[in-house]
Ligand binder design. Sequence first.
Ligand SMILES: Nc1ncnc2c1ncn2[C@@H]1O[C@H](COP(=O)(O)OP(=O)(O)OP(=O)(O)O)[C@@H](O)[C@H]1O
Ligand SMILES: [Mg+2]
Length: 216
Amino acid sequence: MIKTENLTRTYGKGEGKVVALDGVSLTINDGEMVAIIGKSGSGKSTLLNLIGGLDKPTEGRIFYNDKEIGSMKDSELSELRLKNVGFVFQFFDLIPELTAEENVLLPSRLAKNKDAGADELYKALDIGDRVKHYPSELSGGQQQRAAIARALINSPDVILCDEPTGNLDRASGEEVMALLKRLNSEQGRTVIIVTHDRGIAEQCGRIIEISDGKIV
Ligand SMILES: Nc1ncnc2c1ncn2[C@@H]1O[C@H](COP(=O)(O)OP(=O)(O)OP(=O)(O)O)[C@@H](O)[C@H]1O
Ligand SMILES: [Mg+2]
């Protein structure tokens, strides 16, 4: 279970202060598939980054199974992020000096996982023939799919996706959604998807809408 309590994130001070997230409390149960929707700038990525332990809240707390991540040691948080949480970034964030395959396998090597099941992922994501290439040699959609494979390589229980279909054509987007739905329904993984696409959101079990940093 993931729980947030009064999560607030502000940037800057005084006149230039931006309240990106304003007191968000929510609970996401194990095995849920949840969409977070809202307008551009409403705080969706901010919320997802906090849930993923990539950023720290200005106020409030985040719990994974009753353990507050703010109280974890750096090594504990790194372990959680490496093994239990898969994160798909809005702008892919592939490492440019590594091939797609090296990007995908990086988390499994860090976690010392032997059988990564990478080939199955390439097949499911239809990038098998492109994985020896560098990100700059791939289309946006292919980079997106490589980033998704990287998020899934360690079989995380929690999959956090920031606009996972934002750079894909309709058919590829539907395939990615089908894969995420399978991971959720057949394997009980918790999936949280940030999207501005109602059609994507409506395929999830629950929709959380945020506006100006608050849940509406
Ligand atoms: N590092 C930062 N410094 C200052 N303001 C920031 C920073 N990061 C985000 N913001 C501001 O916080 C607010 C929320 O940003 P966020 O990226 O969470 O929006 P979003 O809902 O993900 O938008 P989009 O749909 O465009 O991706 C915005 O007003 C944004 O300009
Ligand atoms: Mg965003």
